[in-house]
Design a protein around this ligand. Sequence first.
Ligand SMILES: [Cu+2]
Length: 116
Amino acid sequence: MKSMKQMLVLVSIASATAFSGSAFAQTTMDASKMGDMKMMANNDMTQGEVRKIDKDAKKITIRHGEIKNLEMPPMTMVFQVRDSALLEGVKVGGKVQFTVVKDKGTLVVTDLQTVK
Ligand SMILES: [Cu+2]
């Protein structure tokens, strides 16, 4: 009898932990979109090779592959980056994958990762 009760307690603790765990994950996803989108959007990211970096102007020139969400064919062009921190650790000639969106008529890179 006693051990049965203990088991029930354990089960309810376990499910409470699981619940708060998923609630935490959801909260994190809303709060820090960037980190989670990096994981989720991997397949939708555009591949490219860095040609030029202008940290002060928050601009990067990328020879990019097809940008599916913008229906843009491969080419070399300059992008605005949302945050100059995205250019941290990025090198000219390096391979990158990135997410670009159209924001008020301007193409803005919202996520950028180097690819090894
Ligand atoms: Cu382009």
